[in-house]
Design a protein around this ligand. Structure first.
Ligand code: HXC
Length: 258
C-alpha cells in the first residue's frame, strides 16, 4: 500500500516503518497517525511479519503532535473527536512486538508513541521530552502516565513541569530506553534485535508481550497469576516441546508457531 507520510519495508520477517514528514520533523498530524496505525495493523495481520521496528529520521523520531493542526481546536472539538484516543488504542492493540528506534527528537506525542512500543533503542543523539507545558497543555497520550511508570515520579514531574529534554544517556539510566547505540548503528541494531525476536515462536513472543504489559495494569499477585497461567498454557504448544528438545539435543530450535 502507498503511504504519504510513512515508508514501509518488509525484510526477513521484520517490518520497518519509517515516519517521513521531514519538513515538520515528523510531527504527528492526522494523516500520519492514520497511516501509522493502518501500517501497524497490516503488519500485525501479515504472515510475512514477525516483529516491527518503528523509526524516524536522523534528526527526529517525531517532534510531537502537529501543533499547526491543533492550534485552532476548541475544547468541544477535541472532546467530541476524543483526540488521540483512537491512536493510543490502535497502537496498544498490536499483538506483535514493536521496537522504537529513536534518533534525534522524540518530543510530546513523539515520546508518547515511542513509549507505546514494547521497547526503545536510542541513538546517542536521541532527546526525549514532554514539552507540552510550553504550549499551555498537558501531555495527552501517556506523557504523564507511562513516563511516570517508566522513570518514576520525580523525573516525570521534572520533564512534564519544566519541559526540558532528556539525553539518551539519561533516558537509559532512568529506564526509559533499553540500550543506547551510536547513531550510525541505530537501524542495524534495531533490525538485529527484531531479527532475533522473529526467530522465536510467535506464540511465545505474544505471550511475553501480554505478560509484561500486565505488570503495568495489575497488582503483583494478579500479575504473577496471569504469568503462571500463561507459562502453564505454553506446555500445550508444539513449540515448547521443540524448544526443550532442541536444548537437550544441542541443536537450534525450529519453531513453527504451533
Ligand atoms: C508542527 C513542527 C513541530 C510540531 C517542529 N515543527 N515541530 N510543526 N508540530 N510539533 C516544524 C517547525 O514548525 C518547522 O517548520 C520545522 O518543523 C523545523 O522545526 P524548527 O523548529 O525550525 O527546528 P529546530 O530549530 O531544529 O527545533 C527543533 C525542535 C522544535 C526543538 C524540535 O521544532 C520544537 O520545539 N518543536 C515543537 C516540539 C513540541 O512542543 N512538541 C510537543 C507538541 S504537542 P517551518 O515550516 O517553520 O520550517 C504534543 C501534544 C501531545 O505532542 C498530546 C498527545 C499526542
Amino acid at each position: 500500500m502507498a503511504y504519504e507520510t510513512i515508508n514501509v519495508d518488509i525484510q526477513d520477517h521484520v517490518c520497518l516503518i519509517k515516519l517521513n514528514r521531514p519538513e515538520a520533523l515528523n510531527a504527528l498530524n492526522s494523516v500520519l497517525l492514520g497511516e501509522l496505525c493502518a501500517a501497524l495493523e497490516d503488519a500485525d495481520a501479515s504472515d510475512k511479519v514477525r516483529c516491527i521496528v518503528l523509526t524516524g529520521s536522523e534528526k527526529a523520531f517525531a517532534a510531537g503532535a502537529d501543533i499547526k493542526e491543533m492550534a485552532d481546536m476548541s475544547y468541544v472539538d477535541v472532546f467530541t473527536s476524543n483526540l488521540f484516543a483512537d491512536t493510543n488504542n490502535r497502537i496498544c492493540a498490536i499483538r506483535k512486538p514493536i521496537i522504537a528506534a529513536v534518533a534525534g527528537y522524540a518530543l510530546g506525542g513523539g515520546c508518547e508513541v515511542a513509549m507505546m512500543c514494547d521497547f526503545i533503542i536510542a541513538a546517542e543523539t536521541a532527546k526525549f521530552g514532554q514539552p507540552e507545558i510550553n504550549l499551555g497543555v498537558v501531555a495527552g497520550m501517556g506523557g504523564t502516565q507511562r513516563l511516570t511508570r517508566f522513570v518514576g515520579k520525580s523525573k516525570s514531574m521534572d520533564m512534564n513541569l519544566t519541559g526540558r529534554f532528556m539525553t539518551a544517556e539519561e533516558a537509559e539510566r532512568a529506564g526509559l530506553v533499553s540500550r543506547v547505540v551510536p547513531a550510525k548503528k541505530l537501524i542495524e541494531e534495531a533490525m538485529g534485535a527484531a531479527q532475533k525476536i522473529a526467530e522465536k515462536s510467535m506464540l511465545t513472543s505474544v505471550a511475553v508481550k501480554e505478560s509484561v504489559n500486565r505488570a503495568y495494569e495489575l497488582p503483583l499477585s494478579e500479575g504473577m497469576l496471569f504469568e503462571r497461567r500463561v507459562f502453564h498454557a505454553m506446555f500445550a504448544t508444539e513449540d515448547q516441546k521443540e524448544g526443550m528438545a532442541a536444548f537437550l539435543e544441542k541443536r537450534e530450535a525450529q519453531f513453527r508457531d504451533k
